[in-house]
Design a protein around this ligand. Sequence first.
Ligand code: TXA
Ligand code: MG
Length: 327
Amino acid sequence: MSILSAQSPDAIQKAIDCLKNGDLVAFPTETVYGLGADARNGHAVAKIFEAKGRPSFNPLILHFADESRIAAYAEMTDQARLLATHFWPGPMTLVLDRKDNCPASDLVSAGLPTIAVRIPAHPTAQKLLETFGAPIAAPSANKSEEISPTSPAHVQHSLGDAVPLILAGGSCKIGLESTIIDMTGSKPVILRPGSITAEDLHTALGEDIGSAENLSDKPLAPGMMKKHYAPSIPLRMNAIDLQPGEALLAFGSDKFMGIKGGGAAKDLPDSMRCNLSERADLYEAAANLFAMMRMLDHTDHTGIAVMEIPDKGIGIAMNDRLRRASA
Ligand code: TXA
Ligand code: MG
């Protein structure tokens, strides 16, 4: 496996050679790192499922350089176009009806009549997609059920030699996976919350957005199993104190956090205490979430206690991921 700085002169060309060859390339997006393959090459797409240990009924997101290229693959509705104008390139994925002669491998949509599409904003992702000239199918670049990677080191740690090339572009700015919106029903439904919130979508569309949680007649995104994003030790939300042996994932001031049986959070060693955002900024916290969950995920700790994250804005998506990690 090799890790190439995305800035180095021949990095993009090497990545294109890999993709053309039917091999996998991990690349940065503004949300999390993706594990990419040529979406038209079924053999290459199959390698994604193999590398991740992912059930093949879990479909992938198609990444495009720009909107004009989507038409051959998926049905862009008027509402989808409106959302595209507001939020692409960016951290938004739309689930659309798959076109009859869609050139993508059937494996990408795992046999569903729909297909998920996204235009990422990260300059390296843009450059890669633009130069490749065709869509790249990519899930997050981690083993199935693990925490999504927000740095090249996470990808390397999770996938090792299963990925021949990692394009390294630093830490991901947003740090949470894209908002997924199902556009195939009578009204748009959020399948996975993200940094683009229901309010943002409401403002853009001028109509209410459904949430998959209170919806019984539609399946969730198949990959949104209750247990997901899981560290190897128990994770506890809304903690107001610590059990002995627990590591602390703080948000805002942790001065008042005590340890049951004696002691205070501030006496914990650095290896047991991370703060998502000392100034209680939700965006800073979201960008740190997965990396800090990884840092505290150590079998020396009896668990991870997470302080309360306000359930508003991007905090809704953070709590969604934390709930799954604690399931
Ligand atoms: O930010 C992101 O979305 C990242 C970057 C790399 O783009 N990608 C990502 O992919 O998080 P992944 O595979 O880890 O999560 C994609 C989710 C899965 O839960 C999958 O089930 C769902 O999207 N999905 C894909 N196609 C779908 C479809 N046709 N209908 C419903 N859900 C779909
Ligand atoms: Mg994933």
